[in-house]
Design a protein around this ligand. Structure first.
Ligand code: PLP
Length: 390
């Protein structure tokens, strides 16, 4: 008998995220995981002894806690993006900002212009809303603005960019690319969703990385950040800010989604920020993650130098590798997990129906240098043995 459930048509667009499945398999303590974008567990600040205010158990405002919204305004000001606190909405992580933007802007068949490869959980959300994708160019190297212009001329519904230490490639736009992109978005008046979870994890600190949103004069924009990568991802606290015309609808959508972001976490983040501990905490993360990035670079040269190419990332959490002889890297995953190492195959990051073979992503923040050495030695053996059918 066929099922009596009539799933919404949009569910056909919702693919299971391979990341969740790989992360579940990588949970076993015997597995060294380079798969997710997880912070180092031992570097997470503790919440021990913290007592939430009594009011934090009550329902709160959909926009978020006023004190935290004001602190976000100050964070953004330092980046060069001037907003008022009524332009800030506290979200359940920046993943929710992607979901709200998709609900706000996408009708079935609309086009989102994005870098290729792009953040796969954003692709997942946009696909759920039955969007098509158009490819602005490779996110692993400097953009070709002739191609960007062709794509924007075709009037996509909006553009989704991760300009600072992109996921998965680690690439950061130069100052010139940022201003060219802003000019081009302005010229065609294409709304921008700029997503910046990684900008503080900067191991070179040689560039200002001014947000593209701050350079727009005509095009409407949304810009988001998160406390996941620089505080506690389990809290699920992020923020989205936008040009004024978006705010009333965004707040109504937030209300419809979950009334408001959990207040305990908002209070904790707010108190942590006002304690003055955050700058030293981020400095420490940068020192530790730079060491891990360097350790991975050395071990990659040792084990993968002959079979793959990559660029050392200047920030963020990932190496993005390309095999000299392209093969479907998903076919190495089962053997890798059996060998006690997890990695992220690259194919799902393309997701445009033109999946490119032979790329994979490695996270370096979650494992210490000794684990990085052991894990990459294991992974090298798996790649030497060749692909296996799933
Ligand atoms: C580009 C990008 N956007 C958004 C997110 C989601 O982050 P959050 O934990 O704040 O929801 C991630 C997480 O890896 C990401 O890489």
């Amino acid at each position: 008998m066929s099922s009596p459930i009539r799933f919404a048509h949009r569910m056909t667009g919702l693919k299971s995220s391979p990341i969740r499945e790989i992360l579940a398999a990588a949970q076993q303590s015997s597995v060294i995981s380079f798969a997710g974008g997880l912070p180092a567990t031992e570097l997470l600040p503790t919440m021990e002894g913290w007592v939430p205010p009594a009011t934090a158990g009550q329902y709160g405002p959909s926009e978020g806690e006023p004190e935290l919204r004001q602190q976000v305004v100050e964070i953004l000001q330092k980046r060069g993006l001037t907003v008022t606190s009524d332009q800030v909405l506290i979200t359940a992580g920046s993943q929710q900002g992607i979901d709200l933007t998709a609900k706000l802007l996408l009708d079935p068949g609309d086009t989102v212009a994005l870098e290729s490869p792009s953040y796969l959980a954003a692709l997942q959300v946009f696909s759920l809303f039955q969007a098509n994708f158009s490819d602005l160019g490779s996110s692993a190297e400097q953009l070709n603005f002739a191609q960007v212009e062709r794509v924007l001329q075709a009037n996509p519904k909006f553009s989704y960019l991760v300009p600072t230490f992109q996921n998965p490639t680690g690439y950061a736009y130069s100052a010139d690319e940022r201003s060219q992109m802003a000019n081009m978005l302005d010229k065609y008046q294409i709304p921008l969703l700029e997503d910046e979870p990684y900008r503080e994890l900067d191991y070179a600190s040689d560039t200002a990385h001014v947000p593209i949103a701050a350079q727009l004069r005509q095009a409407p924009w949304l810009y988001q950040g998160t406390f996941s990568k620089v505080l506690l991802p389990g809290l699920r606290i992020g923020y989205i800010t936008a040009s004024q015309e978006f705010m009333p609808s965004l707040i109504r959508l937030k209300q419809a989604a979950d009334l408001h972001t959990q207040r305990m976490g908002q209070h904790w983040v707010s108190q942590w920020l006002s304690s003055g501990k955050q700058p030293a905490h981020v400095d420490n993360l940068v020192v530790q993650y730079r060491q891990r990035r360097n350790a991975m670079q050395i071990e990659l040269e040792r084990h993968f130098g002959a079979i793959a190419s990559w660029r050392e990332p200047k920030g963020g959490l990932f190496f993005w590798l390309k095999l000299h002889e392209p093969q479907d890297t998903r076919l190495f995953l089962k053997a890798a997990l059996e060998a006690g190492v997890a990695f992220m195959p690259g194919e799902p990051f393309f997701g445009h129906g033109d999946e490119k073979m032979g790329y994979f992503r490695l996270n370096f923040s979650h494992s210490d240098p000794a684990q990085i050495a052991t894990g990459l030695a294991r992974l090298k053996k798996v790649f030497e043995q060749g692909p296996r059918s799933i």
